[in-house]
Write a protein that binds this ligand. Sequence first.
Ligand SMILES: [Mg+2]
Length: 203
Amino acid sequence: MPDPRLKAVLFDLDKTLADWPPFLRHIGLILRNAGDDTPRRTGDQGGTFPRGLQWFENWMRRTQAPGYRPEQRVLDMLAALEAADVPWGIVTNGTRWQHVKLVNMGIQPEPECLVISKEFGHKKPEPEIFAEALSRLGGPQPSETLFVGDNPLMDIHGASNAGLITAWIRRGRVWKWGPPEPDFTIDHVDEVPGILGLQTQQT
Ligand SMILES: [Mg+2]
């Protein structure tokens, strides 16, 4: 089931390459278990926080770079791509704080292909941001490029509509966002080398 056509990989950052800082997930669980059974907003992106606290989640996502930490599974996965000469990059809706997150995640130096919406002027799911990323990767065809992300609309619909192959980080969810559906559904980015048919860790 690996796809040998794939020659390059683009990643979303938040909740894809980076898990939520543990204290944030803890707060989210406390709030959800505290009796807030308010229906989730239509089109909810599967975030951790209940309705009404979306502003809080958004604020944390923008600013809480200090909570991000290196994750060995992520670093090993990126090293596997580099060992196989697979170009990779990051496409993220965010601000200059994304640079700080990458430092704290141990992803240094930054990839040459790092497209941050606030810096570039377009955001996912706009096709311009995907086209920019392909250009910075050196021009692979969209159909040769895997986009990995957790957000059904911004990541999966956006990348698929731009012609890329998609892998959805399901985070415990079942796909309910209609077509275009993800080409692959995974639990963690460490499954990406396997999608490309690369040798994965020792058995
Ligand atoms: Mg995300």
